[in-house]
Design a protein around this ligand. Structure first.
Ligand code: MGD
Ligand code: MGD
Ligand code: SF4
Ligand code: MO
Length: 685
C-alpha cells in the first residue's frame, strides 16, 4: 500500500486589488502550505463578479518572481555608472539612512523630498505612516498630480466634488459615450456593464484618437485629434442649443451662469469644431443628435483626455453636458469620471496622515509631474533649499515621469541621497543609494476605497512577508524610531491604522467579516440637484478659473506650427493592456503577450516616410529618442501615433521608453502631467 499523501493545509483569504485601476476588485486568495497558489475575483462582490483582469490573475507569478527584492541593498557604484548593489542588514541600512536624513533635517527638513504615487492604493500602505513620518519631520510635501489632478480639479470646480453616476446603472443606459477611455483594457468591470447595455439595445460611441479594443466593440468611433475634446463639447452644446434639445427646467433650477456658457457655445458651430478636432461636420451633428435625443444618456469619461495642456478645461466642458440635457434625472444618466468624492465622505484622511504633526509648519510643495526640474533646482528664495534626499515608495518615476533625460539628470545630481522602497529593481531603484524590500498586497494588511465604484474593501495578509521584506508602514515606523521621532502615533500598528481609516459610517465588523461594504448613496444622486458646491448648483463659471473654453495643446499643428514643421506627428502613449503603468512589465508571461515596445502609425504617414510594417524605428524630438517596432495599423489616425506604454527602460530595445520624448509642461488646471501633448518625428532606426 502507498503511504498517504501529506495533507495540504489550504485556506482562502479575502483581499483587495491594490493597483491604480478604477475597478478595485475583491480578491479570493487561495493559500496552500503557506504559499499563495491562486488569486481570483470574488463572485460575491458585485462589480468584481468573480472575474479579474489577466494581470492580477498572474499575481502569484509576480509575488514569487525570482527577481523579487528580499533584502536591503546598498549601492556600491557611482550614480553615472552601471548600477551595482550589495545586500546589507536592515540594521545597517536603517542606521545609515536615519543618520543621513537626520543630518539633512537638522539643516532644513524641507530638503527631504518624499515621492510616491499609487503603486498600491491602500490607505494603510499608501499615505498613512509615511505621511506621519514626513509630517513629523517637516519634510517637503508632494503635489500628487501625475495622473488625475486636472480632471479632479475640473470636477471640483464644476460639481463641487469628484462625484457622479454609479457604475452599475450604466447597464440601463440607452446611449453611452466612452470618452477618453480604453475601458476593455483599463476599466474592465465598467465594460461589463456597458456591454450589458449594448445587449439591451443601447448605442455605444467611443471618442478617442486611437481605434482601441474598446472602439472596436462600440457602434461608432470618433477619432478626434488629441487635446480637442473641449472644442467637441462646445460644438455639441451649440447643436443642443440650436435644436432645442435642452432640459431648460434642469438648467434653470440646478445650473449657475448657463447664459454665459450659452454665449460661448454659440461661437462653436460644427464647421469650426470639425476643423479643430480633425473630424467631419456630420460626426459632430450626429453625435449631438444622439446625445440630445436619447434617454437616458450616460458618459464614461476617463483620464486619457485630460493629459494635455487644456485637459482641465476640457473635463469641465464635458462635465457640463449632462446638465444641459437633464441626464441626471435618471439613475442611468449623467457622467462618471471619478467616484473618489463619495469615498472621501467616509475616509478619515486626517487621522491617517496626521497633518497636526506639522505643528504649524508649512513645508514647500513640489509637483511630482515636474520632478526632473525640481531635482535640478539650486537653493533659492522662492524654492527654498535644493533637494538633498529623495525617498521613493509606491512609484517608479524614472520610467513613468515625463522627460526622462531631465529626470535622470536630477536623480544623478551629485550629492543627492536616494532611498527607494520596492518589490523589484526598477529603473528608479537603479538610481538609488539604498533599496529597501517592501511587502506586496499578499503579505500585508490594508483597506481600500475606489475611484470607480462606491464600495470600501479590506485586504487581509494571506502569507507572511517573503524573505526580509517589510510593509512600507513598518519601514517608516523603524526609521522614525531611529531618528528620535517619538510621537506615539508613529508606533501604531497596521491594524490600528486600518481601524482609523474610515468614519463611523463604515461598519468595521461587517468590513472584516465580508471583506467589502457598499456606501449607502441615493441611486440618482443629482436628480433634484443638491450638488456639493457652495450654492448647491452646478457651476459654469468657477470663481477660480472663470468660464471654461477650449485650450489648445502646447504642441500641435495649429498652436505651434514651427515645431510641427520639424515634428509633425502627435504622439499619445496610453497604457498597454497587460501592464499597469510600469508594473508587471517584468512579469514574463505578461510581457510575452505584449511582445515588445511598439508604435502604431497610419498607412499614409508610414508611406510618406517610406517606413514598412514591422521595421525598427526611432521616435524623436528635441527632448530625446527611443527605438521600437513600427505597426502600420488602422488603430492610428493620420497625424497621430500611439506609443503604447509604459515599458521599463531597461527592458526596452534602446534602453528608453515613451517618456524620453514627453515634456514636463503642466495642465491648465490642477497642475497635471501632459503626456499626450507631444509632437515627434519617426524615422527608420
Ligand atoms: N491595463 C491597464 N489598466 C489600467 C492602467 C494600465 O496602465 N493598464 N492604468 C490605470 C491608471 S493609472 C489609470 S489613470 C487609468 C486610466 O484610465 P483611462 O483613462 O480609462 O485609461 P486609458 O486606457 O489610458 O484610456 C485613455 C484613452 O484615452 C485616449 N486618448 C488619448 N488622448 C486623448 C484625447 O486627447 N482625447 C480623448 N478623447 N482621448 C484620448 C487614449 O487613446 C486611450 O485609449 O487606467 C488604469 N487602468
Ligand atoms: N508616457 C506616459 N507616462 C505615464 C502614463 C501614460 O499614460 N503615458 N500614465 C501616467 C499615470 S496615469 C500614472 S498613474 C503614473 C503611474 O506611475 P506609478 O505610480 O509610478 O506606477 P507604476 O509604474 O505602476 O509603479 C508603481 C511602483 O510601486 C511599486 N509598489 C507597488 N506596491 C508597493 C508597495 O506596497 N510598497 C512599495 N514600496 N512599492 C510598491 C511597484 O512595484 C511599482 O514599481 O504613470 C504615468 N506615466
Ligand atoms: S487591475 Fe483592475 S481589473 Fe485588474 S484585478 Fe486589479 S482592480 Fe481588477
Ligand atoms: Mo493613473
Amino acid at each position: 500500500m502507498n503511504a498517504p499523501e501529506p495533507a495540504i493545509a489550504s485556506r482562502v483569504v479575502h483581499g483587495a486589488c491594490p493597483h491604480d485601476c478604477p475597478d478595485t476588485c475583491a480578491l479570493k486568495i487561495t493559500v496552500e502550505n503557506e504559499r499563495v497558489v491562486k488569486v481570483q475575483g470574488r463572485a460575491e462582490h458585485p462589480s468584481t463578479h468573480g472575474a479579474l483582469c489577466t494581470k492580477v490573475s498572474r499575481y502569484p507569478e509576480r509575488t514569487y518572481h525570482p527577481e523579487r527584492l528580499l533584502q536591503p541593498m546598498k549601492r556600491v557604484s557611482a550614480k553615472n555608472e552601471a548600477p551595482r548593489f550589495e545586500p546589507v542588514s536592515w540594521d545597517q541600512a536603517l542606521d545609515d539612512i536615519a543618520a543621513r536624513l537626520s543630518a539633512i533635517a537638522a539643516r532644513d527638513p524641507q530638503a527631504i523630498q518624499p515621492y510616491s504615487y499609487a503603486g498600491t492604493m491602500g490607505l494603510v500602505q499608501g499615505e498613512s505612516m509615511a505621511a506621519r513620518f514626513f509630517n513629523a519631520l517637516g519634510a517637503a510635501r508632494l503635489d500628487r498630480t501625475i495622473c488625475a489632478s486636472a480632471g479632479a480639479e475640473a470636477l471640483n470646480a464644476t460639481y463641487g466634488s469628484r462625484v457622479g453616476m454609479h457604475l452599475r446603472f450604466f447597464a440601463e443606459s440607452r446611449l453611452i459615450l466612452i470618452w477618453g477611455s480604453n475601458s476593455i483594457a483599463s476599466n474592465l468591470h465598467f465594460w461589463t456593464y456597458a456591454n450589458q447595455a449594448k445587449r439591451n439595445g443601447a448605442k455605444l460611441i467611443c471618442i478617442d484618437p486611437r481605434k482601441t479594443e474598446t472602439a472596436d466593440k462600440c457602434h461608432q468611433h470618433i477619432a478626434l485629434l488629441p487635446g480637442t475634446d473641449g472644442a467637441l463639447a462646445l460644438g455639441l452644446m451649440h447643436e443642443l442649443i440650436l435644436n432645442r434639445w435642452l432640459d431648460q427646467d434642469y438648467l434653470d433650477r440646478h445650473v449657475e451662469d448657463w447664459h454665459a456658457l450659452r454665449e460661448r457655445a454659440l461661437q462653436w458651430p460644427p464647421e469650426r469644431v470639425a476643423e479643430v478636432c480633425g473630424i467631419t461636420v456630420e460626426e459632430v451633428r450626429q453625435l449631438a443628435r444622439d446625445y440630445g435625443t436619447t434617454v437616458p444618456a450616460a458618459i464614461r469619461l476617463n483620464y486619457g483626455m485630460q493629459r494635455v495642456h487644456g485637459g482641465g478645461n476640457a473635463v469641465r466642458l464635458v462635465a457640463l453636458l449632462p446638465c444641459l440635457i437633464g441626464a441626471w434625472k435618471h439613475r442611468a444618466g449623467g457622467l462618471l469620471l471619478s467616484a473618489s468624492g463619495w469615498a472621501a465622505r467616509v475616509k478619515n484622511t486626517k487621522a491617517l496622515e496626521r497633518p497636526d504633526l506639522l505643528a504649524g509648519r508649512r513645508p514647500r510643495m513640489v509637483n511630482m509631474s515636474a520632478i526632473g526640474e525640481a531635482l535640478l533646482r539650486e537653493d533659492s528664495p522662492d524654492f527654498g533649499p535644493r533637494i538633498e534626499a529623495l525617498v521613493v515608495y509606491n512609484s517608479n518615476p524614472v520610467a513613468v515621469a515625463p522627460y526622462t533625460a531631465q529626470v535622470l539628470r536630477g536623480f544623478q545630481r551629485p550629492g543627492l541621497f536616494t532611498v527607494v522602497l520596492e518589490h523589484f529593481m526598477t529603473d528608479t531603484a537603479d538610481q538609488a543609494d539604498y533599496v529597501l524590500p517592501a511587502t506586496t498586497q499578499l503579505e500585508h494588511l490594508d483597506v481600500h476605497t475606489s475611484y470607480g465604484h462606491t464600495d470600501v474593501l479590506r485586504n487581509e495578509p494571506a502569507v507572511a512577508p517573503l524573505g526580509e521584506a517589510k510593509p512600507n508602514t513598518q519601514i517608516f515606523r523603524e526609521l522614525a524610531a531611529r531618528m528620535g521621532l517619538d510621537h506615539p502615533c508613529l508606533r501604531e500598528t497596521d491594524e490600528e491604522l486600518a481601524a482609523q481609516a474610515f468614519t463611523d459610517a463604515i461598519d468595521q465588523d461587517l468590513l472584516k467579516a465580508q471583506g467589502f461594504v457598499s456606501l449607502d448613496l441615493p441611486e440618482a444622486p443629482f436628480a433634484e440637484g443638491g450638488w456639493p458646491t457652495s450654492t448647491g448648483k452646478v457651476q459654469c463659471i468657477s470663481p477660480l478659473y472663470g468660464l471654461p473654453d477650449h485650450v489648445p495643446n502646447r504642441e500641435s499643428r495649429l498652436s505651434s506650427p514651427q515645431l510641427a514643421a520639424r515634428y509633425p506627428l502627435a504622439m499619445i502613449s496610453p497604457p498597454a493592456r497587460n501592464f499597469l503603468n510600469s508594473s508587471f512589465v517584468n512579469v514574463k508571461s505578461l510581457r510575452d503577450i505584449e511582445g515588445e515596445p511598439l508604435v502604431e502609425m497610419h498607412a499614409d504617414d508610414a508611406a510618406a516616410r517610406h517606413l514598412t510594417h514591422g521595421g525598427m524605428v526611432r521616435i524623436f524630438n528635441d527632448r530625446g529618442s527611443l527605438r521600437c517596432r513600427l505597426h502600420i495599423s488602422e488603430r492610428a489616425r493620420p497625424g497621430v501615433v500611439n506609443g503604447l506604454g509604459v515599458w521599463w527602460r531597461k527592458l526596452s530595445p534602446g534602453g528608453e521608453n515613451v517618456n524620453a520624448v514627453t515634456h514636463q509642461g503642466l495642465t491648465d488646471i490642477g497642475g497635471g502631467a501632459t503626456f499626450y501633448d507631444c509632437l515627434v518625428e519617426i524615422a527608420a532606426a
